[in-house]
Design a protein around this ligand. Structure first.
Ligand code: AMP
Ligand code: GLY
Length: 432
C-alpha cells in the first residue's frame, strides 16, 4: 500500500487529502503542514513542515518512501519543487519550475499567449513608471494593472481613475509593495463578461478536463469590494455548455499545452485557465494558474466519483487520454467562512464552535485557516472554512450549505450569502 503527501495547508489541500485518503491505492496521506481539518481526517496525518520548505519536504518524502506527492499552492511550484523531487526519483505531481512561469510571471504568460495566438486581453509591459504613466495618459480607462510576479491574488488593480492607476504603478514599481514580483508591471485591456475557472489535468500534450467551475473572487455580495483568494465556488458552471467547452479546448487549452511542448517546456499537472467569456462568446485568458483553484477544488472534488490517486498516477505515467473519469451528476457549491477584516488585517486564535455535529454525507466542511489546540479548533487564517454540499441543483446545494453555516460560530466570522447567484439566474432564465 502506498503513501501520499499533499503539500499545503488550505481548503484545497484538505479536499485533496480527503479524496486521496478514499483511494484503494493509498493507506496514509501526509499533509505538510495541513490544518485542523486534515488532522482529524481518517487516514490523514499532518507533518509540521512548511509548504515552501522544499529541502525538508524532499527529505521527508525520501525518508518515508512517499509514492505520490501532490503540490497544492503555486509558491513551491514556481520555486521548482517538482524538479527537485524528480531529481531524487520521487513522483511529484505538478509542472516544472519553468512551466510554472505561466503563473509565476504574468509577462511570460502574456507573451506566450500572444506568440501562440491564444485569445487574451491586449497588454503592455513596463519597468519604468514614467513610460507607464505616458501610456495611461494616452489611453482610456478602465485600467487593469498587474504586478508581474506572484502577489497572492492582491497584485491586480482595476480602476477608472487615472490618479489611482498611477498610484498603483508607483506602489508596484517604485515602492516595491510586492517585492521582486513588482519589478515589472503589466497594463492590459479591460475585459467584460462572465468568468470561468477551467481546470485540467495535463500530461505533456494529453489533457483531461475536470468538471467545470466558477468562483466568486470579490469579498462582498453582488461581487463588490476588494479581490480575495475566493469567497465561494460551484460546479458545474452552467455557462460552459458543450459548444463553449469545445471552443475552450480548441482555442485555449490545446494551443497552450502544444505551445509549451513545442517550446521545450512540456506541462505536467493541474492547469487552471481563468477565462473571461465575453458577449462574443470568445473565451479569453485572464490568467493561468499552475495548480488547482481554491475554493474551486472543494466543490469539484465533491463531485469526483473516480479514484484521484489513479488519475494522478496516470498523469505521471504519461497517459491520461485513455482514463475514464466519472463525475457525480449532482451540483456542488462551497461557501467560504472568513475572519472579520479579511482580506486585510484579521485576528487569529479564535475558538470555532459547532464543528462537532455529524455532517450529512452530502455536506463537507473543509478547513483552511484552522489549527487544533488540545482538541479545540482555532482560527489561524483569513479564509477559515469552506462549507461544501452536493444537491440535485445549485439551489438545493446552496440551501444545505447555508443551513450548515448557521450552526458554526466564531467571533466576527462572515461569508457571502449570494454564492452561486449567476448560476441560479442562468437556470431561471433557461427554465422560463
Ligand atoms: P488575475 O489574477 O489576473 O486573474 O486577476 C484577478 C481578477 O481580476 C480576475 O479574476 C478578474 O476578476 C479581474 N481581472 C483580471 N484581468 C482582467 C481584465 N483584463 N479585465 C477585467 N477583469 C480582469
Ligand atoms: N479561486 C481562485 C484561485 O485559486 O486562484
Amino acid at each position: 500500500m502506498a503513501k501520499a503527501l499533499v503539500v499545503g495547508g488550505g481548503g484545497r489541500e484538505h479536499a485533496l487529502a480527503w479524496k486521496l485518503a478514499q483511494s484503494d491505492r493509498i493507506n496514509t496521506v501526509f499533509v505538510a503542514p495541513g490544518n485542523a481539518g486534515t488532522a482529524h481526517e481518517n487516514g490523514v496525518e499532518n507533518i509540521a513542515i512548511a509548504a515552501n520548505d522544499v529541502d525538508q519536504l524532499c527529505e521527508f518524502a525520501q525518508l518515508e518512501r512517499v509514492n505520490l506527492t501532490v503540490i497544492g499552492p503555486e509558491g513551491p511550484l514556481v520555486e521548482g519543487i517538482v524538479d527537485r523531487f524528480t531529481e531524487k526519483g520521487l513522483r511529484c505531481l505538478g509542472p516544472s519550475g519553468k512551466a510554472a512561469q505561466l503563473e509565476g510571471s504574468k509577462s511570460f504568460a502574456k507573451d506566450f499567449l500572444q506568440r501562440h495566438n491564444i485569445p487574451t486581453a491586449e497588454h503592455q509591459v513596463f519597468s519604468k513608471s514614467t513610460s507607464a504613466f505616458a501610456w495611461l495618459e494616452s489611453n482610456e480607462p478602465p485600467f487593469v494593472i498587474k504586478a508581474d510576479g506572484l502577489a497572492a491574488g492582491k497584485g491586480v488593480i482595476i480602476t477608472h481613475e487615472l490618479k489611482e492607476a498611477k498610484q498603483a504603478i508607483t506602489q508596484i514599481l517604485e515602492e516595491q509593495r510586492f517585492g521582486a514580483a513588482g519589478n515589472q508591471v503589466v497594463i492590459e485591456q479591460f475585459l467584460s463578461g462572465e468568468e470561468v475557472s477551467y481546470i485540467c489535468l495535463v500530461s505533456g500534450k494529453e489533457v483531461l478536463p475536470l468538471a467545470t467551475s466558477q468562483d466568486h473572487k470579490a469579498r462582498d455580495e453582488g461581487d463588490q469590494g476588494p479581490n480575495t483568494g475566493g469567497m465561494g465556488a460551484y460546479s458545474p458552471a452552467p455557462i460552459v455548455d458543450t459548444s463553449l467547452n469545445q471552443r475552450i479546448l480548441k482555442q485555449v487549452i490545446e494551443p497552450t499545452v502544444n505551445g509549451l511542448a513545442s517550446e521545450g517546456i512540456p506541462y505536467t499537472g493541474f492547469l487552471y485557465a481563468g477565462l473571461m467569456i465575453g458577449e462574443d462568446n470568445v473565451p479569453r485568458v485572464l490568467e493561468f494558474n499552475c495548480r488547482l483553484g481554491d475554493p474551486e477544488t472543494q466543490p469539484i472534488l465533491m463531485r469526483l466519483n473516480s479514484d484521484l490517486a489513479i488519475l494522478c498516477d496516470a498523469v505521471l505515467d504519461g497517459h491520461i487520454a485513455d482514463i475514464d473519469v466519472t463525475w457525480d451528476k449532482r451540483c456542488s457549491l462551497g461557501v467560504v467562512m472568513a475572519s472579520a477584516g479579511y482580506p486585510d488585517h484579521y485576528d487569529i486564535g479564535l475558538p470555532i464552535n459547532g464543528l462537532d455535529r455529524p455532517e450529512a454525507d452530502t455536506v463537507k466542511v473543509f478547513h483552511a485557516g484552522t489549527n487544533d489546540r488540545d482538541g479545540q479548533v482555532l482560527t489561524s487564517g483569513g479564509r477559515v472554512l469552506c462549507v461544501t454540499a452536493l444537491g440535485s441543483d445549485i439551489e438545493s446545494a446552496r440551501e444545505s450549505v447555508y443551513s450548515t453555516i448557521k450552526t458554526i460560530h466564531w467571533p466576527g466570522s462572515f461569508w457571502r450569502a449570494d454564492i452561486g447567484h449567476r448560476a441560479l439566474a442562468r437556470q431561471k432564465t433557461e427554465h422560463k
